[in-house]
Design a protein around this ligand. Structure first.
Ligand SMILES: Cc1cc2nc3c(=O)[nH]c(=O)nc-3n(C[C@H](O)[C@H](O)[C@H](O)COP(=O)(O)OP(=O)(O)OC[C@H]3O[C@@H](n4cnc5c(N)ncnc54)[C@H](O)[C@@H]3O)c2cc1C
Length: 395
């Protein structure tokens, strides 16, 4: 029998951050993932300055290790393209803090290796969690490999299809606060800006959603689109065909793909958006990152909040262990702290997302963003490092 103080299920950004933040806590940690690393994760691969800034708060010199981590390309702007093809390039920020784009197969492997540097963290990878049983003394986690792990509390950092949320929470997918996403890697896409901007194209046929073109290291690019799931359910568009059509025929982008080559088939995955408050803890469990639905509803960026939730969860677990309290009442403090830090920004970005569902408003927002620093800072709040956000949005 493997007994631990804490079992973290999911070794993506949320789970590895928690493990890193607890490396010196004296607690024993099982870090469980269904896949062996390196493994792919369908994503746009953009790491905002918010992510880079938070890496600087993590143990074991994570920021220094990230500086020498090669599989990334810098990016210093976000380009918003409106339905009438006007665009605003919003500079991410200055002071040596930039964003990056890094394939998740590499970035998540980097985070995983950092997390398991500590002797306190024991990895169990390559076998998924099949079932979870709660009792008054702890939680039993049963893996497909038949390994049984017990812990005082489990952290559900297991993404959009969280086994922990399924087992313990009553919350269900709400299509008004959920997005369908597609990704396809290409090589040799042309026309990136000098700032290596990540580009969000808000075309009429995609609202409320967007098509993206993000640069990647090695002359590759991450291409994809996302659309609100309630609209997908209502209009039933063929999203794969829509993506292919844009790449091949859209007057604003097709020339950039004329010498490009697809490196994979189109793949899809869901984005649980943080535009609605949910219960994210209970007796002997917390939910983090995508399992807690914390993705920015405007940009689709979720890595920053996954990392932030990992840091908040680690602080909470230290207190819980000190007091020997793992019950739902005590864990409510975690929910409050998550929403105290994130709700202002999530809510604001939700309002902008609603406004941008309307083609005319979308044109107006992009037009005014071109020259207005305040609008730029609001629109970029989901991407920016804390010190560059308007004060009321800092988290
Ligand atoms: C198409 C798309 C584009 C996106 N683009 C961006 C972007 O450019 N920038 C950005 O910041 N965010 C983006 N996101 C969001 C981002 O991918 C997520 O917010 C982020 O990965 C959340 O991290 P996490 O650690 O919570 O979960 P995940 O990264 O999903 O990690 C969860 C882990 O849990 C494991 N797991 C799942 N189930 C089990 C189980 N039963 N047993 C054991 N292990 C399990 C998985 O293998 C995985 O390793 C995008 C998402 C999508 C779908």
């Amino acid at each position: 029998m493997n007994h631990f103080d804490l079992a973290i299920i999911g070794a993506g950004p949320a789970g590895t951050t928690t493990a890193l933040a607890l490396h010196d806590s004296g607690l024993s940690v099982a870090l469980i993932d269904k896949d062996d690393f390196p493994r792919d994760k369908i994503c746009g691969d953009a790491l905002s300055p918010d992510v880079v800034n938070q890496l600087g708060t993590l143990a074991l010199d994570t920021d220094k290790a990230f500086s020498s981590f090669k599989e990334k390309i810098w990016c210093n702007a976000v380009r918003f393209v409106s339905p009438n093809y006007q665009f605003a390039d919003l500079k991410l920020n200055s002071k040596n803090l930039t964003g990056y784009v890094s394939p998740r197969v590499d970035f998540d492997d980097f985070m995983f290796k950092q997390a398991i540097k500590s002797n306190a963290v024991v990895p169990f990878t390559g076998s998924k969690v099949l079932s979870l049983n709660r009792s008054d003394i702890g939680v039993e986690v049963i893996l497909e490999s038949q390994i049984v792990i017990t812990a005082k509390i489990v952290l559900g950092a297991d993404g959009a299809h969280s086994a922990v949320a399924r087992a313990f929470s009553d919350e269900t997918v709400d299509k008004n606060h959920h997005c369908a996403g597609l990704r396809q890697y290409f090589e040799n896409v042309s026309g990136f800006s000098e700032d290596n901007a990540v580009e969000l194209h808000f075309y009429d046929e995609l609202l409320p959603g967007y098509f993206w073109i993000f640069p990647l290291p090695g002359n590759r690019a991450n291409i994809g689109l996302g659309m609100l799931s309630s609209y997908v359910a209502k209009r039933k568009p063929n999203l794969k065909k829509l993506l292919k059509d844009i790449i091949e025929n859209h007057p604003n982008v097709k020339d950039r793909f004329k010498d490009a080559k697809a490196l994979e088939d189109i793949t899809g995955f869901g984005l649980p958006l943080g535009s609605k408050k949910r219960a994210i803890s209970g007796d002997r469990y917390l939910l983090l990152g995508d399992a807690a639905s914390l993705i920015n509803p405007l940009s689709g960026e979720g890595i920053g909040n996954a990392i932030r939730s990992g840091r908040v969860a680690a602080d909470h677990i230290r207190n819980a262990a000190k007091k020997n309290r793992f019950d739902a009442d005590f864990n409510l403090v975690y929910d409050k702290e998550i929403y105290r830090r994130m709700w202002g920004e999530l809510r604001l970005n939700y309002w902008i997302q609603i406004a941008m569902r309307n083609k005319r408003l979308c044109n107006v927002i992009v037009k005014y963003a071109i020259g207005n620093k305040f609008i730029q800072r609001l629109v970029l709040s989901g991407f920016s490092a804390n010190q560059f956000k308007p004060k009321f949005l800092r988290n």
